[in-house]
Design a binder for this molecule. Structure first.
Ligand code: M6R
Length: 612
């Protein structure tokens, strides 16, 4: 949830930390802080503040930050324990002031630890769970910095990615992880640590991803990775091939708009090299499954949250329709706590853009525990879910910075369609049937582009309805999850209350809310339930509700039941959530913009939900 950064090297650590924090601000942004080391045994310099990085920068400008700092750590926070405030902002200092820590995650036994430390005379300055780590390190210190961190961390229950500096070792940063990511960028005479590779690639493309239970001792030219029992561990140096330019807004006003516009490219990247049209199949080598394994699959269980869950519901339909595999998509928290039934030959798919969502990660672990073959469908390479699953398919959609997930959804559906094609081709599809599906998937980048070409029409419609308080989104079949996603998108960035419903469900209660002030957004494109949805739209209008339709080009019948129509190009029903959701993304974006909302950082939200 929070962002962590650390630097040891010849550049001014303060500038590097601030640049890194700006890059990480999307992860959490209610307060921020930095700690710098100076000469040996000099007091650590700490500056922290409630608010955004710009507030921290202003405070630093009024302070006497050292110009000759040797190393430093920084943090941008999304509050879990204790309100957003200066005292709760990281870094946290040990009582003797010699250790400063930044932490991402949740320490579950912090209350017990706090009580024990208090009995030993430690006085706490904050309400956080994290501060115990700083005092514990002091309590465990017997002359060796790294051993003190290891000993302290062995007492922690819960999740953590931590970075620690010490006034007695001003050139060193010690990091450790369990459940929260730590990436170490290995540069030329400089080392940068971060909770996220996006903050590292400005400096270097060579990185080490720590595993759970790892810690590392880092200086400007050395990275020693070890277990918590101080046994050296070798972790491979990975090349990160994401482009720095792609991390900038690229001329768009918001990351969300940029990422919506990237979809022709991100879809092409997700599909590239994976479709074999002439054989009517796809090639997804990360699954590491033989035809014999695929034939044996009896059931697919999909675990995910938020937008990824809605992509998962599309996946359920794709698996059943195309591959003939019974499938179920469940909210990951529900799945992990409901003692899921994993029969032999059940595969579990964990879908997550970030690959760090706590509930999805826990569902993966539960699936593995119960013997399911678990496949990760993640965007972030080397993320916790990808690594816990050990096999799966990366989206290759590129970094998604806007809190609202956009291009990840279209790539998730594209990847799920390619998986359904591969499984279906082995289990029941002819080469001709497979080739038809593969050719349709190959058209997705072009379809996305055609939606974007109609952006102006969508903007005007969104602005027309931006002043309303409540909205309904409806759809059937493949467009039912699209309705759920449309409502989620609108509510999270425009703060308009929106509900996604199956079109048939409206008259089982929600229709009572409809009147002239409650518009209904109805997707009717190429769906098998199209005629019935048209009837539902008629019912909405009869209650005075304005109806906005998303319909296929040339569908004349919609005009009689809709006040506004947004057109999408023809495409098969099983892929229609992609164009419909891109329309909904643009609709939500322009409604939020008209309302003056902070689109990339909506209130109360964080990009990556690493707590339950
Ligand atoms: O990184 P993940 O895909 O696992 O994230 C899941 C949800 O937290 C995420 O989709 C969230 O709902 C977004 N804010 C939706 O725009």
């Amino acid at each position: 949830m929070c962002g962590i950064i650390g630097y040891a090297g010849s550049q001014n650590p303060l500038s590097v930390l601030l640049a890194g924090l700006r890059r990480l601000e999307y992860r959490g942004y209610d307060s921020a802080g930095i700690a710098l080391t100076r000469g040996e045994n000099d007091r650590l310099f700490i500056c922290k503040n409630r608010g955004k990085i710009t507030d921290l920068e202003q405070k630093l400008a009024r302070s006497s930050a050292p110009v000759d700092a040797r190393a430093g750590i920084g943090h941008t926070r999304w509050a879990t324990h204790g309100e957003p405030s200066e005292k709760n902002a990281h870094p946290h200092l040990s009582q003797d002031g010699r250790f400063a820590i930044v932490h991402n995650g949740i320490i579950e036994n912090y209350a017990d630890l706090r009580q024990n430390l208090s009995k030993r005379g430690f006085v706490f300055q904050s309400d956080t769970d994290s501060e115990v780590i700083a005092h514990l390190i002091q309590a465990c210190y017997e002359g060796d910095f790294k051993s003190a961190v290891a000993a302290a961390v062995r007492n922690l229950e819960g999740t953590y990615g931590i970075a620690v500096v010490c006034s007695m070792h001003p050139d060193m940063i010690v990091v450790a992880r369990k459940g929260s990511p730590i990436v170490i960028g290995v540069g030329d005479g400089e080392t940068i640590i971060a909770s996220d590779a996006s903050a590292v690639i400005q400096h270097t493309r060579h990185a080490i991803f720590l595993d759970d239970g790892d810690m590392a001792c880092v200086t400007c030219n050395k990275v020693d990775v070890a277990s918590l029992s101080n046994i050296p561990v070798t972790r491979e140096l990975t090349h990160i091939d994401w482009d720095v330019g792609r991390l900038e807004k690229g001329g768009y006003e918001h990351f969300m708009l940029k990422e919506i516009h990237e979809q022709p490219q991100s879809l092409a990247d997700s599909i590239r090299g994976r479709l074999i049209i002439e054989e009517g199949t796809s090639k997804l080598s990360g699954l590491r499954m033989e035809a014999a394994d695929i034939v044996r699959i009896r059931r697919a269980l999909i675990a995910a949250c938020g937008t990824s869950l809605y992509a998962g519901i599309v996946g359920k339909y794709l698996f059943e329709d195309i591959a003939g595999i019974p499938a179920d998509a469940q909210q990951a928290a529900e799945l992990r706590y409901r003692n899921p039934i994993i029969e032999p030959e059940t595969i579990m798919l964990a879908i997550s853009q970030s690959g760090e969502t706590a509930d999805t990660l826990a569902a993966v672990r539960e699936g593995i525990r119960k013997g399911a073959l678990v496949l990760g469908i993640c965007n972030v390479v080397g993320s916790s879910i990808a690594r816990a699953a050990g096999r799966g398919v990366y989206l290759h959609a590129g970094p998604e910075i806007g809190v609202a997930s956009t291009k990840a959804f279209s790539s998730q559906v594209a990847v799920l369609a390619m998986m359904a094609l591969l499984f279906g081709r082995i289990r029941r599809l002819s080469a001709t049937e497979g080739a038809g599906i593969a050719s349709e998937i190959a058209r997705l980048p072009q379809i996305a582009q055609e939606i974007l070409n109609g952006e102006e029409e969508i903007r005007k419609t969104a602005e027309k309805y931006a002043g309303v308080r409540d909205f309904f989104f409806i759809g059937r079949g493949y467009l039912y999850p699209a309705a759920l996603e449309g409502a989620l998108k609108l509510k999270e960035i425009s703060y308009i209350h929106a509900e996604g419903y199956h079109a048939a469900e409206l008259k089982h209660g929600p229709i009572a809310l409809l009147d002239k002030d409650v518009p209904v957004f109805a997707a009717v494109a190429a769906s098998s339930g199209r005629i019935k949805t048209l009837a539902n739209m008629q019912e909405c209008r009869a209650r005075g509700a304005p109806v906005i339709a998303v319909a296929t080009d040339g569908d004349e019948s919609v005009a009689a039941v809709a006040d506004d129509i947004i057109h999408i190009p023809p495409c098969p029903e099983y892929l229609s959530p992609i164009p419909v959701v891109i329309v909904e993304q643009l609709f939500a974006y322009y409604a939020a913009k008209a309302r003056g909302c902070p689109i990339d950082q909506p209130r109360n939200l964080a990009k990556s939900v690493t707590v339950e």
